[in-house]
Design a protein around this ligand. Structure first.
Ligand SMILES: Nc1ncnc2c1ncn2[C@@H]1O[C@H](COP(=O)(O)OP(=O)(O)OP(=O)(O)O)[C@@H](O)[C@H]1O
Ligand SMILES: [Mg+2]
Length: 341
């Protein structure tokens, strides 16, 4: 059973009960991680696959995160997950169904709901606009509400079906702004909503449309526009294009890459589609049964996978390993690929 975490966008979530076992995130000072694995994760410096600059300073540090579903004997869905995400970086999260990707994604900004509980670890957000780091798991109430969407936004699994069918796109985009930017007047909201639609490649003339009047791809673009509304520093995208046909998928991915180039946000991108991840990610974390078993640059993961599970996962995509070799990651030359076969 791996679907209960999906579905409508939770507008909010009851305050998280701070866990006494949660480490004080302030102990993880920037650049003083004190953990060799995390330090390694930070030092794998490179630029984005599409030439976008990936800045060295971190936007998010996750350390030893543990999430348990407290049902029956308990399901330990996320076990000791640690990684550092850099500003502007795209981190792909891959792994078989039920390995804990969505649970981890929800934990990152406390969108998990009972029976899920964070039993240990820390999530630290390094805010571009503030001097002090944010201990995300200690946030509650209005501070948590203000943090979500404005700092870390999410595009959910199946999100395009979670638009409210009886409200126009204008109203739904406007609602995000009314809630989080109460100082904006009607005209400003209208302008910003139209600008957001154009940003994601939807004609601003469609702003008065209702969700059923838009294609699946357009609805998903609107969801991305909503996530972008408050100029977040991190976007978590959980299977954002899985329900769409391949052509539309690619168009939306191009759009996401372009937006990250222009706006500089970091992305945690979750999908089963490893070839796609290899193409768009700067680094990829491979998850198996709740654990991150390998985390490396997309190139290293493709050319020199270390973990047997990663090799198995790569092997399960014929286009990655077959003679035809119809997969070419941006920047990989055919000769490079031949040399590693
Ligand atoms: N509400 C819940 N109650 C109990 N167990 C749950 C709940 N939601 C998820 N789980 C379990 O937690 C584990 C991780 O689930 P999760 O949905 O995070 O996996 P996933 O990697 O996102 O899978 P998929 O690729 O299918 O989306 C699975 O074993 C799942 O059965
Ligand atoms: Mg999932």
């Amino acid at each position: 059973m791996s679907t209960p975490m999906t579905g409508p966008v939770p507008p909010d979530h009851p305050a998280h009960d701070p866990d006494p076992n949660v480490e004080t995130a302030s102990a993880i000072a920037r650049g003083e991680l004190g953990d060799p694995a995390l330090q390694d994760s930070l030092e794998q410096g490179r630029t984005g696959g599409d030439g976008s600059p990936v800045l060295e300073d971190p936007v998010l540090t996750v350390k030893d995160l543990n999430i348990v579903y407290e049902v029956g004997k308990g399901v330990h869905a996320v076990q000791d997950a640690s990684f550092v995400l850099r500003r502007g970086e795209i981190l792909g999260l891959a792994g078989e169904s039920g390995c804990g990707k969505t649970t981890l994604a929800y934990g990152l900004n406390q969108l998990h709901r009972p029976p899920a509980r964070i039993t240990g670890g820390s999530v630290t957000f390094h805010d571009r606009d503030a001097a002090a780091d944010v201990d995300v798991l200690a946030l509650e109430g209005s501070a948590l509400r203000a943090f979500r969407w404005s700092k870390v936004a999410m595009v959910f699994q199946g999100a395009m079906n979670s638009l409210n069918p009886v409200l126009s796109i204008r109203t739904q985009l406007g609602d995000v702004l009314t809630t989080h930017r109460p100082q904006m007047d009607r005209g400003e909201r209208r302008r910003r909503s139209e600008e957001l639609l154009e940003l994601v490649g939807v004609d601003r003339g469609r702003i008065d449309a209702y969700p059923h009047e838009l294609s699946g791809g357009m609805r998903q673009r609107v969801m991305i526009a909503m996530a972008l509304a408050l100029d977040p520093q991190l976007m978590i995208m959980d299977e954002p294009t899985t329900a769409l046909d391949v052509v539309v998928q690619r168009e939306i991915l191009q759009e996401v890459l372009r937006l990250r180039r222009e706006l500089g946000f970091a992305v945690v991108f979750i999908t089963h589609d490893l070839p796609m991840l290899l193409e768009i990610s700067d680094r990829i974390a491979v998850m198996k049964q709740g654990r991150i078993v390998e985390l490396d640059t997309a190139e290293n993961l493709y050319f020199a996978p270390q973990h047997p599970y990663t090799r198995r996962l790569l092997g399960s995509f014929p286009s990655l390993t077959g003679d035809a070799g119809d997969f070419v990651r941006a920047g990989f030359s055919g000769a490079d690929q031949e040399a590693t076969r």
